[in-house]
Design a protein around this ligand. Structure first.
Ligand SMILES: *Cc1c(COP(=O)(O)O)cnc(C)c1O
Length: 395
């Protein structure tokens, strides 16, 4: 028996739903790469990135996924043997640090707990102890997509300043830009990077790096530069240099449309939508977990991401719930990865997501919990609706 016929929902933390408007913007013939609409599209995309990152720094566009942006940030600013400090709050900053090691950097891990964001006070102490300033860069993710943690980026900058530490602050916003507030300049971030396929509603294949003044200064002496990622080459006068070759035209047309959609909704409204849908999800999980079978992975409510909810199953098996949602209801939610592999579910509610998709997903999961005989309380969906009802009612 299946109830699956109808539009399939993809509710994983990336890649995410691509709006029909973005797909349509991509459905066009290739164009000249030396003049005409593509050159103007580049200008619009670069300006749009500055607006999204909230920076007056310099944005770069790569035909690469997020891993490519990681390499771009490192190779443009650091030198072989430099030490990077990786702030652990799940899986993704560690992956970035492992990439750094392959390029010839040295990695130190500032260990964290998968149930908590980075401990800012402990970080300050750690940086004070690095008296010789052997740490050249700090690598951190704003949202860790494996744990669901939201890190306090401005707090991390304050800890660095309090310790008088000169390292570059590099922030991965792949699972957070266009979902939750991010302020590159106001928070003192030296390099911010992101990808096209999560909050930015564009197919995978583009990534973006923004360089602030201290990163641009560091670039002058970096000895790990490689042709494809190199900022100096990309700053050159020819349009093709911005892409180090043929631009990824169709992805750019799609991204331009996604930027237009974000601007039309308004960035504040986009953040607000993510906040409401995420909190509705958390209200449902709180009810389902009334008997202790499941709970939000991140312990402190203020440190839970609005772009992805990571749900930890304590005694029950999440696999049949996820399979039921997919096979019988037509909605795919994510499994957990890394240390949490097999122990939970991840609901991606980022980018092109509305209340229908979220409430439909929560309903399918509640049905799946009942069908899988997980010892949960009923009424999670009702709690989500009650929350939204309050949030949407003017006081
Ligand atoms: C998805 C994700 C990545 C990896 O991006 P790719 O495009 O798969 O390389 C890196 N960091 C975070 C926080 C992510 O969510």
């Amino acid at each position: 028996m299946t109830l699956r016929n109808g539009k399939e929902f993809l509710m994983i933390p990336g890649p995410t739903n691509v709006p029909d408007e973005v797909l349509r913007a991509m459905h066009r013939p290739a164009v000249d790469i030396y003049e005409g609409p593509l050159v103007e599209t580049t200008e619009v995309c670069l300006q749009g990135l500055k607006t999204l990152f909230r920076t007056s720094g310099t944005p770069y566009i790569y035909a690469a996924n997020g891993h490519g942006a990681w390499d771009a940030a490192l190779t443009n600013t650091l030198s072989r043997g430099d030490k990077v400090l990786v702030l652990e709050s799940g899986r993704f900053a560690l992956g970035w640090g492992e990439a750094a090691c392959i390029s010839g950097l040295e990695m130190e891990v500032f260990p964290g707990d998968w149930r908590k964001p980075v401990d800012v006070a402990a970080l300050e102490e750690h940086l004070r102890a690095d008296k010789g300033h052997s740490i050249k860069a700090i690598l951190v993710v704003q949202v860790d997509t494996a744990s669901g943690a939201l890190n306090d980026i401005s707090g991390i900058r304050r800890a660095m300043d309090a310790a008088w530490h000169p390292a570059l602050l590099m922030v991965d916003t792949i699972a957070s830009l266009g979902c939750v507030p991010f302020e590159m300049d106001a928070w003192g971030v030296d390099i911010a990077l992101t990808g096209s396929q999560k909050g930015l509603m564009t197919p995978p294949g583009l990534s973006f790096v923004a360089a602030g003044p201290r990163a641009i200064e560091a670039h002058k002496t970096a000895d790990m530069r490689v042709n494809y990622f190199d900022w100096t080459f990309r700053n050159g006068p020819e349009h093709y240099q911005k892409y180090c070759g043929t631009p990824p035209e169709h992805l750019l047309f799609g991204f331009r449309e996604a930027l237009r959609m974000i601007e039309a909704e308004g960035l504040d409204a986009v953040w607000q939508r993510h906040r409401l849908l995420a909190e509705a999800t958390r209200r449902a999980v709180a009810v389902w977990g009334g008997k202790g079978a499941l709970e939000m992975n991140i312990l402190d409510p203020a440190s839970r991401s609005d772009s992805v909810s990571v749900i930890r199953f304590n005694d029950a098996d999440p696999a049949p719930v996820r399979a039921f949602a997919r096979e019988t209801c037509g909605v795919t939610v994510g499994g957990t990865i890394g240390e949490l592999a097999g122990k939970g579910l991840r609901i991606g509610h980022m980018g092109h997501v509305n209340a229908v998709m979220l409430l439909g997903t929560l309903s399918s999961l509640e049905l799946g919990l009942l069908q899988s005989r997980v010892a949960c309380d009923r009424g999670g969906v009702q709690a989500a609706i009650d929350y939204l009802n309050d949030a949407l009612t003017p006081v």
